[in-house]
Design a protein around this ligand. Structure first.
Ligand SMILES: Cc1cc2nc3c(=O)[nH]c(=O)nc-3n(C[C@H](O)[C@H](O)[C@H](O)COP(=O)(O)OP(=O)(O)OC[C@H]3O[C@@H](n4cnc5c(N)ncnc54)[C@H](O)[C@@H]3O)c2cc1C
Length: 363
């Protein structure tokens, strides 16, 4: 019998396991294998930008990033483009540009030796007994069971734990994100945030990654996503983005918690952290800081013991909930056409470009 079973060895699951492994006997389960270098397509499809909030959390954890996780260039500017009005502005931001596969592998390595790890293992279902949870797992063609006092779902946007344990709290708004990597000679050193209602009511982006340009978009489900992605690429080329040979195209679901009903931190015997709970920015889809923070909050609740952890976690989650609801209040300034263009027109916060580094992809 384990104290805690954590489903998902992404940033939320590995952070939680690391913060609890000295106090508890932990079982960490993932349908992929973070313990060996598996093909990149097995891993998370992500922009790999570490926002200031996520950097702050790493500093609280006393962690510094190994340099081989970083990718060039480091980014200080966001180009915000409204394709419908043709308006654009540059804003200063401080992201760390990194390789997401390597980030996940590094976070995993920090806890791997201190927990029991089941790779290539799918969580299918569970049954609540009087004082423990029996997990139904599946690996290499075989079903088997494990027991734990507490179950934690850190299994991302389409959380199976959430679906099984909290079927009545499944009112998530899910988008499908597509990302495609193009060979380019010298990608311009900025992150582009692209707004166009003909493509999505959320947003699209470009991120330079070494000798590649990553083009991505969060698209409404079931709405001709491939045609809309092609339209995005066409429009970007019109704006001067030279997209060379495509080397990789991947997709993943992403949550957009547009209201409190999309959020669920869990219950008495099962807790949810990271995107499984809906902890992700509804305005930018930045999720790493929320994965770290929710893992920290749940760890704090569990440090005091398994008994009553749910009420303690719920209390901490109120802060995350408020933060997400505030971001929703800010969203109209990004996602309402008229308000966005009002802001773009005023030029508040805009950085006047003085160098020649951006010429290549300018309109
Ligand atoms: C295209 C895209 C780009 C993004 N870009 C950024 C960005 O640049 N910066 C940023 O901060 N955020 C970004 N995000 C959001 C960010 O990736 C997520 O919010 C973050 O990964 C959430 O971490 P997590 O640990 O909760 O879940 P995940 O990272 O999704 O990890 C979940 C883990 O659970 C495992 N799993 C799932 N189901 C099961 C199961 N049934 N059984 C066993 N294991 C299971 C998966 O294999 C995975 O390892 C992006 C998201 C997308 C889709």
């Amino acid at each position: 019998m384990y104290d805690i079973a954590v489903i998902g060895a992404g940033p939320a699951g590995t952070t939680l396991a690391r913060l609890l492994n000295e106090k508890y006997k932990i079982l960490l389960i993932d349908k992929h294998n973070y313990g060996q270098s598996s093909p990149a397509h097995d891993r998370k499809c992500c922009g790999g930008l570490l926002a200031p909030d996520a950097q702050k959390l790493l500093s609280q954890f006393g962690l510094g990033l190994p340099k081989d996780i970083l990718v060039s260039p480091q980014i200080f500017v966001v180009r915000t483009m409204d394709l419908k009005s043709g308006r654009e502005r540059f804003y200063q931001r401080h992201y760390i540009n990194l390789n997401r596969e390597k980030l996940d592998a590094w976070l995993f390595s920090l806890t791997a030796d201190a927990v029991s790890y089941l790779p290539d293992t799918l969580f299918k279902s569970c049954e609540r007994k009087s004082d423990y949870v029996e997990l139904e797992l599946w690996s290499r063609g075989q079903s088997f069971k494990e027991k734990a006092r507490v179950l934690v779902g850190a299994d991302g946007a389409r959380s199976r734990v959430r679906k099984v344990c909290f079927p009545h709290k499944n009112r998530q708004k899910l988008y499908f994100s597509l990302q495609e990597w193009f060979e380019v000679q010298k990608p311009a050193p900025y992150f582009s945030a692209v707004f166009d209602p003909a493509i999505t009511d959320f947003y699209a982006w470009t991120i330079p990654k070494e000798e590649h340009l990553l083009v991505g978009a969060a698209l409404e489900r079931g709405s001709a996503i491939h045609a809309k992605f092609s339209l995005l690429k066409e429009k970007l080329e019109h704006y001067g983005y030279r997209l060379g040979r495509s080397v990789r195209k991947r997709g993943a679901f992403v949550q957009r918690p547009v209201s409190g009903r999309c959020l669920c931190g869990g219950g008495r015997h099962a807790a949810l952290v990271g995107e499984a709970a809906g902890w992700i920015s509804p305005s930018s889809a930045e999720g790493l800081s929320y994965a770290f923070k929710s893992a920290l909050y749940l760890a704090r609740a569990l440090w005091q013991g398994l008994e009553g952890f749910h009420a303690r976690y719920k209390k901490q989650c109120a802060r995350l909930r408020r933060n997400i609801l505030l971001k929703n209040l800010k969203s109209p300034f990004m996602y309402n056409y008229h308000l966005r263009n009002l802001i773009l027109r005023t030029g508040i916060g805009h950085v006047e470009l003085a160098g020649r580094g951006f010429d290549e992809h300018s309109k």
